[in-house]
Design a protein. Sequence first.
Length: 98
Amino acid sequence: MYHCQQAAEKALKGFLVFRGIQYPLTHNLGELLGLCSLIEQSLEAEVLPAVKLTEFATLFRYPGELEQPTLEEAQGWLALARGVYEDVRRRLPAEARD
């Protein structure tokens, strides 16, 4: 789950870097999305469901700390992270995507 949060975070930060926007040192996806939506407002509606991944910046980071999520839960979170990546990628020019 940590990796799902990280994938979404890095996608949003990459979008900001590409646009020349400095961002704060944060793992908060809502805060990063707020900055991204100032540039491209339509991104907010598409990425907003993934903001709940923020909690995984620390939760479930190490095996055995808490009860592990089910496969279905993990697949849902992975789908959210992939969605963020694809939504951001789609907004970049072709030369920045590969």
